[in-house]
Structure formats: C-alpha cells, structure tokens
Design a protein around this ligand. Structure first.
Ligand code: ARG
Length: 413
C-alpha cells in the first residue's frame, strides 16, 4: 500500500521498518478522539472557506461512518496503517475519494496526535476523578461506622497513642482528596488546543484556532507552535499524579496486609477479595492488597520511562515522542483498576474489635495522656514526661499497666 507521505520516495519502507515505526497497535484506542479532532478541524476549514460546505459535509459523514465501523469491529488496522491518524485518513479517502484528501489541510500529525492524547486523557481524568469520588464515599461510610471505635495508633510500628478507626480512615481521605486536586490542576493545564500548530511553525492558511478550541471544549489555543508539538508535560504531570496516588493506595494496602496477618488479625477481608493456596489448605491470603502494593512499581516505571524519553529531545517534533503512549495507557489502566479494586475491598472489610481490644492494653497507649494530665496541673511538660517515663519503667519491672501502680509506688516516683 502506498503511504500517504510517499511522494518523494522511490522505495516502500522495509517490512521491519514498518513494524518498528508503527504505533497503530496501541494508538488505535484513541480513534474516537482522532475523529472528534478531525470533525472540528474540517468544520473550521468549512467556516473559513478553505473547503466547501459540500466537502465538509461529505468528510464528516465519511468520518462518522468510519467511527461506526471501527466500533463494530469492521475495520482491522494493520501495520500498513502506521498510526491511527493515517489509518483513519486513508480509509476516508477510500470511502469518499479525492475530497478526503482535503482533510489534512493546515494540519500535521504532530499537532493531530497532541489533540488526540489531550482529548483522550481529559476523558480518562474525568473517569478517574469519578473513581476517586467513589473511593472517598466508601471511606466516609466506613469512617462513620467506626467513628468511635478505638484502636492502636502506631509510630515506628510501635504502640503510640489510642485513636479511633474513623480517624485512620479520614487520614487516607485527605490523601485521596489531594490526589483529586492534583488531577484537577493537571486537567486545567492540559486543556489547551494544539490544532493549528501543524508541523512546528503553524500554517499560511487563514485558519481559526479559536473556533476549533470552542468545538473541542478546549480553554484556548496553545501559544507557541514549536512548544506545542514537542510538549508532553501534561502526560508527565498525569503520570506524577498517578504515581503519588498509587503510592497512597500502596501504603494503605501495606496496612491491610499487616492488619490481616495472624499476628494482628485486626480485619476480616471478605472471601471474595482473597485467594487460597494450592498446597496449604488453611490459607486465606490478602492477594489484592499485595498486588496493589506491587502494581505501584509499574506506574513509577511509566513515569520514569517518559521522563527519560523527553530528556534529550531538541525542538520541535521528534519520533521519540511516539513512545509517550504505551506508558501513559498502562498508568491509566493500572491506576483506574487499582482505585476500583481498593474501594470494593475496603467496602467488604470489617474490623475485628475483639482482637483490637486485646491489643489496647499493651504498650502504655495512655502514657502521653497522663503526661498531659500532669502538665495541665502545672508541672512543666518535660518533668511530666520524665515522671511518666519512670512510671513506665516501674510498670515494666512489675509487669503491670500504668493504672495498676499503687499510691505508694506513684508517691515514690
Ligand atoms: N504516530 C506519531 C506519534 O505518535 C504521530 C506523529 C508522527 N509525525 C511525524 N512527523 N512522523 O508521535
């Protein structure tokens, strides 16, 4: 098949070059966005008189047919398509003939792929925000249920002070709230229109970038064409947001794993969210929590991959940038699935108050409260701290709790 850019070439690409060069097998997931971008572009070309109304209408009808055929699985892209932009454009030309060749006026794949990714990411960000909202609602529900249930608060994995389970839940609530704020910031910065940047220097045609911005619900056109075609900051921001949020999910997953251990037995995770062992009949393992902890590594890797791709790329477009997609898609899929599975696992987990209560007496959880009680009576806090320290030492020797010390023992201290 002759390539859409074959004019100055005497030879077709070598087969291994075609395969190495192609992004169609992963960028076809943006076919809807590619078509949306093309429809906005040709609508603008029509309005500006660059194509006739008749041409504009035929191109839009052809694109909508292609959209339907892809959705119905009637179009199977191959390596010959190279990427989703050329895959759709060549089918349009097959369908409506030479008229289809006008679509690419004042456009390059360099700005086109930017439109696709921004639109695609925007849609996914809305979905992820929704998933985070659902997770926050489960957290709130559980926080309310366990609002006054006391548990052990840890520092250094040592018993520290008594807290409520609701308080623990609300600590995680804050983390996911920040994740949502970060994602909303990213969305705001990415929502600018690359169309019209073309290859790197814009176009001599009388296009209207404000119209395409409006049609695609972008805030405004981007400001510098060279920056536009080589900017992947918004993907990097997204990957950073994903990495930070996955780190939050992984921290809580880690707590789940040890809350679930035989030593702690603080929680009972529903059977439907655990797995067994092929050899040890008694096992019920918290595999989902462990997998969440494991999957954060993929997302950190995705961020590092794109940072590394970008670090040595001069202005303006370079083919290296095609490597911006797979890691981004992997992070989107992993983050989304992880939020959903975590929210559902959380919903199906109950705290074993009988087990927790057994632990509350250990580790002098009330030591700080007693020191503060002395401080309230006018004893300088450093002295109060030392007094309670001596009380703890006495208890350890005697093998009792702080409240079990006799008046004489307290007096001596
Ligand atoms: N598939 C390419 C990418 O994702 C599209 C842009 C190609 N542009 C070019 N001049 N080769 O980056």
């Amino acid at each position: 098949m002759a390539s859409l850019w074959g004019g100055r070439f005497e030879k077709d690409m070598d087969d291994i070059v075609k395969k190495y060069n192609a992004s169609i097998f992963f960028d076809q997931r943006m076919y809807n966005e590619d078509i949306d971008g093309s429809i906005a572009h040709v609508t603008m070309l029509g309005k500006q008189g660059i194509v006739s109304n008749e041409e504009k209408d035929q191109i839009i009808a052809g694109l909508e047919e292609i959209r339907k055929e892809i959705a119905e699985g009637k179009i199977l892209f191959t390596v010959e398509d190279e990427d989703i932009h050329m895959g759709i454009e060549s089918r349009l030309i097959d369908k409506i003939g030479d008229m289809g060749k006008k679509l690419h006026t004042s456009r390059s794949r360099n700005d086109q792929c930017q439109v696709d990714i921004r639109l695609y990411l925007r849609k996914e960000i809305y979905e992820i925000l929704n998933s985070l909202c659902y997770l926050e609602s489960v957290i709130l529900e559980k926080a309310e249920k366990y609002e006054d249930k006391i548990t052990v608060g840890f520092t250094h994995l040592q018993h520290a002070q008594p807290i409520t389970i609701g308080f623990v839940f609300m600590a995680y609530f804050q983390m996911f709230k920040r994740d949502m704020e970060r994602l909303t910031d990213t969305l705001e910065r990415l929502n600018y229109n690359p169309l019209g940047a073309c290859a790197l220097a814009g176009t001599t045609m009388p296009i209207d970038r404000h119209l395409t911005s409006e049609l695609l619900s972008f805030t405004a056109p981007t400001e510098n064409a060279m920056d536009t075609v080589s900017d992947r900051d918004y993907s990097l921001e997204f990957l950073s947001d994903a990495s930070i949020s996955m780190m939050h999910l992984s921290r809580w997953a880690e707590e789940f794993a040890w809350w679930n251990s035989s030593e702690f037995s603080y929680i009972a995770i529903d059977d439907s969210f655990c797995t067994g062992s092929s050899i040890m009949p008694q096992k019920k393992n918290p595999d989902m929590a462990e997998l969440i902890r494991g999957k954060v590594g993929r997302v950190y890797g995705d961020l590092m991959q794109l940072l590394t791709v970008m670090k040595g790329t001069p202005l303006a477009y370079n083919k290296d940038f095609q490597e911006d997609k797979e890691s981004l898609f992997d992070a989107i899929d992993t983050w989304k699935a992880t939020i959903d599975i975590f929210a559902k696992m959380l919903d199906k987990t109950e705290f074993r108050m009988d087990q927790i209560e057994k632990q509350l007496g250990k580790g002098f959880l009330n030591a700080t409260d007693i020191a503060e009680h002395f401080a309230k009576q006018g004893i300088p806090f450093r002295e109060a701290h030392a007094i309670v320290g001596h009380m703890v030492k006495a208890c350890e020797k005697k093998g009792c709790d702080l409240e079990d010390l006799t008046d004489e023992e307290l007096q001596a201290i």
